[in-house]
Design a binder for this molecule. Structure first.
Ligand SMILES: [Zn+2]
Length: 304
């Protein structure tokens, strides 16, 4: 299965991994990093690292340093300088200003409680019902939402097929600048992908809703849209997503080779993995050569 032709035209392959530095990497995040790394290297492309550190107090510089060290020990060496979102606030604000001046967004003064009471649950989370769309609010400390037209958005994913949503009824106007003045994750990411020339987004399936929103924004801003591949989320023994919030164990760098083998095995990439022992660079060289996203299982479960 080859995703290289999707959307990206003739641009040379550029992928990226963009962790939030709210804690060290765990097996679930290793799998996402590994998949995006292998896809990029298999295609002969570049693989960039971005630290998504604008999401407030959960982000800590020491976690970012730990993540860099963990990736390095696992042989996942990135190209070019690491990009920190916190260093690009001016570019995000400029993009917001352009959207604001074109009338593409509006102020939303809904409180958390009001949003919870008024937003129906959707496939990708709560759907904003458009409460403030035509209210003409002028409060300076309000959030700003992108005004979505009637219509549909879709993306093609090699694992999931075509994923499609109704913009207003299944997605809803989303926040591009928060009430505290910070730029929202969707807009910041879209500016990053464009400035870094990213052609392929390999990420967790828990971000499908974000991918659809970002694709809409990219098209609205006239940016090239990358190809998408969503890796199933790794579930623990209880069927919960392995995450920092669930206290997933940090990756131990001393067992990097075993961690890689385990990750490859979970990704369906390594028939050899169970019985194979090698150095990190040997394991990765073989995995790059043999990378095939068609072998990724529909669900990723930690063995009991
Ligand atoms: Zn509102």
């Amino acid at each position: 299965m080859d995703t290289a032709a999707d959307h990206s035209g003739q641009r040379p392959y550029r992928g990226r991994f963009a962790p939030t530095p709210s804690g060290p990497l765990h097996l679930g995040s290793l799998i996402t990093a590994l998949a995006s790394f292998l896809a990029a290297r298999h295609a002969g492309g570049r693989w960039l690292l971005r630290i998504d550190d604008i999401d407030g107090p959960r982000c800590r510089p020491e976690h970012a340093d730990t993540i860099l060290h963990q990736l390095d020990c696992h042989g996942l060496h990135w190209d070019e300088a690491v990009r920190y979102q916190s260093g690009h606030e001016a570019a995000y604000q400029a993009a917001f200003e352009q959207l604001r001046q074109s009338g593409a967004c509006y102020r939303c003064t809904c409180t958390r409680a009001r949003l919870a009471a008024s937003s129906p649950a959707g496939i990708d989370g709560p759907i904003y019902p458009g409460t403030c769309r035509d209210a003409g609010h002028q409060q300076p400390d309000a959030a700003w939402r992108l005004r979505l037209p009637a219509g549909r958005i879709w993306l093609d994913d090699p694992l999931h097929g075509r994923i499609e949503r109704d913009l207003r009824h299944e997605m809803g106007d989303f926040v591009i600048r928060r009430a505290d003045g910070r730029i929202g994750y969707q807009l910041a990411s879209v500016i990053d992908e464009q400035q870094q020339g990213i052609t392929h987004l390999v990420r967790g399936a828990d971000l499908i809703g974000s991918s659809l929103r970002q694709k809409y924004l990219m098209q609205h801003l006239g940016h090239a849209v990358p190809a998408f591949l969503h890796i199933p989320v790794l579930l623990d023994h209880n069927g919960n997503k392995l995450s920092k919030q669930n206290h997933a164990a940090p990756l131990q760098t001393e067992t990097a080779a075993q961690n890689l083998i385990r990750g490859l095995h979970l990704l369906g990439q390594a028939p050899f993995a169970a019985a194979w022992h090698g150095r990190v660079d040997e394991i990765l060289a073989r995995a790059i050569r043999d990378w095939d996203p068609a072998r990724i299982p529909k669900q990723l479960h930690l063995p009991a």
